[in-house]
Design a protein. Structure first.
Length: 644
């Protein structure tokens, strides 16, 4: 017994030392002038969030109906408070955070009030920020570049560069990132990346911040730093809500308010300091020297019996009981008299600055596009391995194919070989362009989801920038491949024919990229790498290569009009063998001077492709390109909305 008491005493001293360390850190942060960092806001712009009778259901599977995740819970989140949403795994913590932030909208029922008025989601989103559990950052950009781009996108163009730079400097100094401004994000530690994620959203000084598991993957010291930072930010008047799984005793004491969930029910909401008192009042006292956070989670998990969970739910009235807030009598008096917990002087100051007709983004579409193109340029320049690989693959493949089919383009007895080469070129352009996009774009989706939800830019401008930024590299890669394969394989040395050949190749590349973008928007990398080649098979089948167009069954002829490879192959044929090309060279024929394809028209008749369809092929490829690109945009928008 004495040994246990001694260990407990040591544990208590250790906790006390951690708390003291945290307090020292908090004081240090305050000395760094964290107050009022970010863009300027009026002092009275604070946000109190109330939710009532909140239900959330999800599909339980095919023909299995719906499953309810949240069961009519209630809650009140007060400004200038650091709030922890706690509970065991599967309790509904992240779901509640998603719903409160407006990230999740489908199958949600309940009432939401902001400062006593029904929540206008568009207005609310302009004053809030959501920081995800995983730090979705641009790895190739430095800390300063990330901050500058965030400032350019999140602050209006009426804010001068000097003001933006001062805001950035203040935030980085406060968060201890000023010594790493030239460090790329990928080289930051986990704690530094978490602080950078917070810094990016502080640029426009939101009044509400939602953080999903901000301490995940961090050591105890870094956890203390992050939570201390959030606590001081809350003292500005911000409402800061975090989900947290099972904090240590010292970390738990940092939170002002705690909201406990279990199986979608509220077990407790109120001041952290009042939790032990609450448990005593319902005859579930916290054991001496036991971390209250651990004990309430044990109760929520049902380790002491499900009947204890029922007692907690009834005692807190599923979140309606406000008795355990600090100054709870004042709060209840305000509610009963119809007043607000925090009176917002001059309501116009809240709402007139947030015109409901105003765009969710702070800057114009043209400005967003300009900033996104600049960011894309930096990424292309920094990702030299990726850019050089694209160029290198096209050069090497061009040399290999050119060596295999050297001088086949002007040899009458090698027309069939040249035909195979043309189809092989189509395969190269299709697979390299499509698969590269399928493999790389899903990695952008997580960043897009966060930044778009936090109102950095519109989806249209993001999609436009992604489309435009890849054009120069695609053109250069395609041109290098074309010039190598065209002249090594002995195709006609004619500028018009070469130009026609190159234009067809470039359109095939753009269409394939569009299809890759469409697939990458809907599927993850694993599924996308299966879907991409799978849908390429019918494209090849309907191209007229293995089965000529005249031999295609009538009930499948429709496929030839949707296969972009058919238009590409037909365009190549016209560029190489059309335009009244003279007889081919057959001097080395093994058939005593007879050359079946000496006249190009003979070959055209055999494959039933006319040599006057070039412009129709161009139009067909452009139409397919437009359809694919537009479809990719709408699928991308659907994917973003479906996740909500």
């Amino acid at each position: 017994m004495e040994t246990l008491m001694h260990e407990a005493s040591n544990q208590q001293l250790s906790i006390s030392s951690l708390v003291n360390k945290s307090c020292e850190l908090t004081q240090s942060i305050q000395k760094n002038k964290i107050i009022n960092i970010g863009s300027k806001k009026k002092d009275n712009e604070v946000t109190e969030i109330v939710f009532e009778n909140l239900h959330y259901t999800v599909s339980a599977g095919f023909n299995k109906g719906k499953k309810e995740i949240l069961h009519g819970i209630n809650g009140r989140l007060i400004p200038s408070q650091l709030v922890a949403i706690m509970g065991p795994s599967g309790a509904g913590k992240s779901t509640l955070l998603d719903i409160l932030s407006g990230y999740r909208l489908t199958d949600v029922k309940g009432s939401f009030y902001i400062n006593g008025k029904p929540r206008d989601l568009n207005v609310f989103r302009r004053t809030s920020a959501y920081i995800t559990q995983d730090d979705r950052l641009q790895p190739l950009l430095t800390v300063m570049e990330n901050m500058e781009i965030a400032a350019d996108l999140k602050l209006g163009t009426d804010v001068s560069w000097n003001e933006k730079h001062k805001i950035i400097t203040d935030i980085l100094m406060t968060l201890g990132l000023d010594e790493h401004i030239k460090t790329r994000t990928s080289r930051l530690s986990g704690g530094q990346q978490k602080r950078l994620s917070i810094a990016l959203e502080l640029v426009n000084n939101p009044t509400v911040m939602f953080l999903d598991e901000p301490t995940t993957g961090l050591d105890s010291s870094t956890c203390t730093q992050v939570v201390s930072l959030l606590k001081v930010l809350a003292k500005q008047g911000k409402t800061i809500i975090c989900t947290i799984h099972q904090p240590s005793a010292s970390l738990f004491q940092q939170f002002d308010q705690v909201y406990i969930l279990s199986k979608g029910y509220c077990l407790y909401q109120g001041a952290t300091d009042e939790l032990v008192k609450f448990l005593d009042s319902i005859k579930l006292p916290c054991p001496m020297y036991h971390n209250p956070a651990d004990y309430i989670i044990e109760l929520a998990c049902g380790e002491y019996g499900d009947d204890k969970i029922d007692v907690l739910i009834q005692s807190t009235n599923n979140g309606k009981n406000l008795s355990y807030f600090k100054n709870s009598h004042e709060l209840i008096d305000d509610i009963n008299s119809g007043k607000r917990y925090l009176e917002i002087t001059n309501n116009d100051s809240n709402n007139t600055t947030l015109n409901k007709n105003k765009s969710l983004q702070a800057t114009s579409p043209i400005h967003q596009l300009k900033v996104l193109l600049y960011r894309g340029y930096i990424k292309c320049k920094r990702d030299s391995a990726h850019t050089h690989l694209r160029l290198g693959v096209n050069v090497l493949t061009g040399i290999m194919l050119g060596s295999l089919f050297i001088n086949a383009g002007n040899d009458g007895k090698r027309v069939r070989e040249n035909y195979n080469l043309l189809f092989g070129i189509l395969m190269h352009h299709m697979m390299t362009s499509m698969m590269l996009t399928i493999l790389t774009f899903p990695t952008e989706m997580s960043i897009l989801t966060k930044e778009h939800f936090n109102r950095w830019y519109s989806l249209k401008m993001f999609y436009t920038s992604v489309t435009l930024i890849d054009i120069p590299v695609s053109i250069v890669s395609c041109f290098l491949f074309t010039i190598i394969i065209y002249f090594m394989s002995g195709q006609p040395a004619d500028l018009t024919r070469f130009t026609m050949f190159f234009v067809i190749s470039l359109l095939i590349v753009f269409v394939a990229q569009g299809i890759g973008l469409l697939i990458g928007s809907v599927f993850n990398v694993i599924n996308g790498t299966f879907v991409g080649p799978t849908i390429s098979v019918p494209m090849m089948m309907f191209a007229g290569f293995g089965v000529t167009l005249k031999d295609m069954p009538h009930y499948l002829k429709w496929g030839t009009y949707v296969s972009y490879l058919r238009y590409g192959l037909e365009g190549y044929i016209h560029a190489i063998y059309g335009l009244n090309r003279p007889n081919l060279n057959c001097e080395d024929s093994d058939d005593g001077g007879y050359c079946r394809y000496k006249t190009p028209q003979t070959f055209l008749d055999e494959i039933t492709m006319t040599a006057d369809q070039f412009w129709n092929d161009i139009i067909g490829l452009i139409v397919i390109l437009i359809i694919v690109r537009v479809a990719a945009y709408y699928f991308l928008r659907w994917k973003l909305m479906a996740s909500r």
